[in-house]
Design a protein around this ligand. Structure first.
Ligand code: SF4
Length: 367
C-alpha cells in the first residue's frame, strides 16, 4: 500500500458536479467546522468558494496562529550542479537545453556556504538535477558533511532515491526532503516528462514515503502549478499530504505551490493560475490540513509573498539564486528559472517584521 493506491481510487473522480452543487449554505457550514472531510475540501476548491475567500482567510489566519504562532522560518537554496539526464519540458536544466552546465567542487561548496552563512541563515536546501554520473549519492553525502559545518539544517531537493540511499543521506545529516510530484495527473505527467528516469511516475510519487520510513524529520511536497487544472492538482496534493501525515505522524509535512516560471525551454503553462487562484488553493489546504506548513518561494513577487504571511506561510526562501555557484562564485551557471523576489536576507527579514511576525533563522539543531 502506498499513496499510489489512494491516487488510483480518486483519479477518475468527477470533481465538477460536487463543485456545481456547492451552495452558500454548504460554504457557511464548512467555514464553521473544525474538522473537514474530503468533500468539504473539494467544495473549498470550487468556484462558489471564491466568494468566501475573505472568511476562509480569517479562519486560515486563526489556524496558522494556533499551530505555528507568528513565526516564519528563513532558508535559501544552494544549487550544487545543473547536469540532468531528464527532459522535463518546463525546466532550463532539461538535458536538451543548451545552457552552461556546472558542478561545484567541494571547495566551491564551502565558498558558497561561507557566503550564505554570513547572512545569518542556518537552514539550507541543496539542489541538483538528476544525473547519477556527475552527482552520485556519494557526492551528495560529502557535500552534506561539508555543509554541516556551517548550517544546522540541510534539506535536499534532488532526484528520488532508494530507501537505502535515503538512510545514507539522513545519516550524513540531511534532515528534510523536498520532492515535488510536479503533476499528479499520470497522463499529463507522462506527456511533460519526455524521457529519462523521471518518467517513472510511481517511483517519484513514493519517494517522500521512502524517506518517511527512514525517519526523515520533515518532508515538503507539491505540484508545479500550470501543468493541469489547479483545482484537481490541489486536491491530489492535499490527499497526498493527509496520507503522509496520518501514516507518519512523527514527520513534519509541508506543501509548496510553485507556479511555472520563464525558463530556457519554450514550454508555456497550459493552465492559468492567477494570484486569487493561488490564495484559494492555500486557504483550502490550510483549512483541510491545519498542521501542514506552507512554504512560499521566490517564484512569487515580493508584495504578494508578504501579503501571504498571515495566511499560513511558515517558511520562506530569501537571498535566492537559482544558478550553480550563484551566491559566491564569480562565474556561476545559467539559472533554473527566473525568480520574482530578488530581495536579500535582510530585506526579507524586515518585511516579515513589518507584518508583525518573527523571522526565524534557526528552529532546529542537530543532536
Ligand atoms: S525539473 Fe529536475 S529532473 Fe527535470 S529537467 Fe529540471 S532539474 Fe532535471
Amino acid at each position: 500500500m502506498s499513496f499510489y493506491h489512494v491516487y488510483q481510487t480518486i483519479r477518475d473522480d468527477d470533481f465538477y458536479p460536487m463543485h456545481d452543487q456547492t451552495s452558500e449554505k454548504d460554504m457557511m457550514t464548512i467555514l464553521h467546522k473544525n474538522i473537514l472531510t474530503e468533500d468539504d475540501f473539494l467544495r473549498l476548491l470550487s468556484p462558489m468558494a471564491e466568494m468566501y475567500l475573505e472568511q476562509a482567510a480569517q479562519k486560515a489566519h486563526a489556524l496558522s496562529l494556533q499551530y505555528f504562532g507568528k513565526t516564519v522560518l528563513l532558508y535559501t537554496p544552494m544549487y550544487l550542479a545543473n547536469y540532468c539526464v531528464n527532459r522535463c519540458v518546463y525546466c532550463s536544466f532539461n538535458t536538451q537545453n543548451v545552457i552552461e552546465r556546472r558542478q561545484l567542487t567541494y571547495n566551491e561548496i564551502e565558498e558558497e556556504a561561507k557566503a550564505i552563512a554570513s547572512t545569518g541563515l542556518k537552514h539550507i536546501l541543496i539542489l541538483t538535477g538528476e544525473c547519477r554520473k556527475t552527482t552520485p549519492v556519494a557526492y551528495i553525502v560529502n557535500a552534506v558533511k561539508r555543509l554541516k559545518k556551517y548550517f544546522d539544517s540541510v534539506g535536499m531537493e534532488i532526484y528520488p532515491l532508494t530507501e537505502e540511499e535515503y538512510k545514507t543521506v539522513i545519516n550524513a545529516g540531511v534532515d528534510s526532503l523536498t520532492v515535488y510530484q510536479e503533476v499528479y495527473d499520470e497522463t499529463i505527467y507522462d506527456n511533460v516528462h519526455l524521457s529519462g528516469p523521471k518518467k517513472d511516475y510511481k517511483y517519484r510519487l513514493d519517494a517522500p514515503e521512502r524517506a518517511c520510513r527512514q525517519k526523515i524529520r520533515s518532508v515538503n511536497i507539491g505540484p508545479l502549478l500550470g501543468l493541469n487544472d489547479w483545482r484537481k492538482e490541489i486536491f491530489f496534493t492535499g490527499m497526498h499530504a493527509k496520507y503522509l501525515q496520518k501514516k507518519y505522524p512523527d514527520v513534519d509535512i509541508s506543501i509548496s505551490l510553485p507556479r511555472i516560471k520563464p525558463h530556457a525551454g519554450t514550454y508555456e503553462a497550459r493552465y492559468d493560475v492567477n494570484d486569487q487562484d493561488l490564495v484559494q488553493a492555500l486557504m483550502a489546504l490550510k483549512l483541510f490540513l491545519p498542521r501542514v506548513g506552507i512554504t512560499i518561494s521566490t517564484r512569487e513577487a515580493p508584495d504578494f509573498r508578504d501579503n501571504l504571511i498571515p495566511l499560513g506561510v511558515v517558511k520562506m526562501s530569501a537571498g535566492v539564486s537559482t544558478e550553480v555557484g550563484g551566491h559566491a562564485l564569480e562565474h556561476g551557471s545559467d539559472s533554473q528559472f527566473e525568480i520574482s523576489d530578488p530581495r536579500n536576507v535582510n530585506m526579507i527579514k524586515h518585511a516579515i517584521l513589518k507584518k508583525g511576525y518573527q523571522p526565524v533563522f534557526k528552529d532546529w539543531m542537530p543532536f
